[in-house]
Design a protein. Structure first.
Length: 134
C-alpha cells in the first residue's frame, strides 16, 4: 500500500455488535475501523506497534457519521485510506458499505499520531512512512 491507495476488507456483523435497537451499536463502528486499520497495516507490512523504526501509533481523535442501520449477519465492506500525512500525525478515512444493497452505512476518520511508548510521548513519523503515504 502507498499514498492514495484504498484498502478494502470484509467484516461480518455478529450478535455482539447489536444494541437494544437490534442494529449495530455506535461503539462497534470504532471496532470495525480498528479491525480494518489493523488489516490495512498488516497488508502494508506494518503494525500499530511498529510503523517503522520502532515507532508506534496512538489515536488522538475519532469521528463517525451514521448513514444507515446495519443488522445481524450483514456482510460489510470497509474501506480505509491514509491522507493528510504530517510530521507527527496523519488521518485515516473509513467507509462502511453494506454489501447486500451497496448502501454506505457510515463514514469516519481517525487521527493517528506517532508515539514512543517507552518514553510515553508523541514522536516524529518515520521518514519511510511519510515518503510511502504522502
Amino acid at each position: 500500500m502507498s499514498a492514495n491507495d484504498t484498502f478494502r476488507t470484509n467484516i461480518k456483523v455478529t450478535v455482539g455488535d447489536l444494541n437494544y435497537g437490534n442494529h449495530v451499536g455506535n461503539d462497534r463502528f470504532l471496532l470495525f475501523f480498528h479491525e480494518a486499520r489493523i488489516r490495512f497495516l498488516q497488508n502494508s507490512g506494518l503494525s500499530e506497534m511498529d510503523i517503522g523504526e520502532g515507532v508506534s501509533l496512538i489515536m488522538s481523535e475519532a469521528q463517525l457519521k451514521y448513514k444507515a442501520q446495519i443488522g445481524l449477519g450483514e456482510e460489510l465492506g470497509v474501506e480505509v485510506k491514509i491522507c493528510d500525512v504530517g510530521r507527527v500525525r496523519f488521518v485515516m478515512e473509513y467507509s462502511v458499505l453494506k454489501k447486500s444493497d451497496q448502501v454506505v452505512a457510515a463514514t469516519g476518520k481517525t487521527v493517528m499520531g506517532a508515539f514512543d511508548y517507552e518514553a510515553n510521548k508523541i514522536t516524529m513519523l518515520p521518514a519511510s512512512f511519510i515518503e510511502r503515504f504522502s
